[in-house]
Design a protein around this ligand. Structure first.
Ligand SMILES: Cc1cc2nc3c(=O)[nH]c(=O)nc-3n(C[C@H](O)[C@H](O)[C@H](O)COP(=O)(O)OP(=O)(O)OC[C@H]3O[C@@H](n4cnc5c(N)ncnc54)[C@H](O)[C@@H]3O)c2cc1C
Length: 247
């Protein structure tokens, strides 16, 4: 059952996904089952500090398909950030954190249209739960993941595993690949996602969901509008404070 406010939960597993991103697997401290969520939703987290005060509250998107026993959130460590740095550096297996039930309006809507999921960096987290939900249903999906290079390539095997679905296409973009990334062909496309590539590769009649750094999102939004994609088909979420990417 969903609850109001915060409840205690335990981190029972922590995984380093790449240089900066840690995944936290969380279950309820009282052993209760977890409420289901709509792909794209997030939970809010706060942590009690040794002096008894609480950390600031931050939102983290659920990054794995629903399981009544645990949630996974994946957090990028911001070197100057208040909460993400503390969570990534100091919260470990066995530690208690406080979480809300899942919330959020950036969710996958029912539709038969092709689904285009575009994640920039840690903005891949909502795309993962959306892909987990839509891929087995046979919906045509293009999952696009843009990251600087192999140092930041979280969820590599997990995303590759979606290739088992014939209806899923994956494009990995490295904006600043290392020489070894080029030599080992670790990506499909080099540089920034641009309008020409989008026009050639993405269907105008698709449903678009994207999340990532502000400039990345602004560029994608305006490219979609220029391509003639209907605003109804454009869905996005900003992880930071609310700049208007449509301007
Ligand atoms: C709906 C939603 C879902 C989200 N989902 C995720 C998710 O799945 N994964 C994830 O990692 N994040 C997610 N976020 C972002 C997350 O909630 C936090 O905003 C993020 O972790 C940064 O919080 P923080 O307290 O570490 O940084 P803050 O202290 O809030 O700082 C924010 C930014 O300012 C910079 N900054 C702070 N202080 C300084 C300084 N003195 N000098 C220079 N720069 C500074 C930090 O580097 C950071 O980039 C989500 C946000 C929203 C709104």
């Amino acid at each position: 059952m969903a609850w109001k406010g915060f409840k205690e939960a335990i981190v029972f597993k922590k995984v380093q996904e790449d240089k900066n991103v840690s995944s936290f697997f969380i279950k309820m401290k009282d052993g209760s089952t977890l409420p289901s969520f709509i792909p794209g939703q997030y939970i809010a987290i706060k942590v009690k500090m040794p002096n008894g005060s609480y950390s600031k509250i931050r939102q983290y998107t659920l990054s794995k398909n629903y399981n009544e026993d645990f949630y996974r959130v994946s957090i990028k460590r911001e070197p100057e950030g208040n909460v993400s740095k503390m969570l990534c550096d100091n919260v470990n297996e066995g530690d208690v954190i406080e979480i809300t039930a899942p919330i959020g309006k950036f969710v996958l809507k029912d539709s038969d249209r092709p689904l285009i999921l575009i994640g920039g960096g840690i903005g891949i987290t909502p795309m993962l739960t959306m892909a987990y939900d839509a891929a087995p249903k046979g919906r045509k999906i293009h999952l696009i993941y843009s990251i600087p290079n192999s140092d930041c390539h979280s969820f590599k095997e997990e995303i590759e595993s979606f290739r088992k679905y014939d209806n899923v296409k994956i494009t990995t973009i490295y904006t600043r690949p290392f020489e070894k990334d080029e030599a080992e062909k670790r990506f499909d496309l080099k540089g920034r996602i641009n309008k020409e590539w989008m026009m050639e590769n993405l269907p105008v009649d698709g449903d678009f969901y994207f999340c990532g750094p502000e400039q990345f999102m602004r560029a994608i939004y305006h490219n979609l509008i220029d391509m003639g994609v209907d605003k109804e088909q454009i869905n996005y979420e900003l992880f930071g404070p609310g700049q208007d990417i449509t301007k």
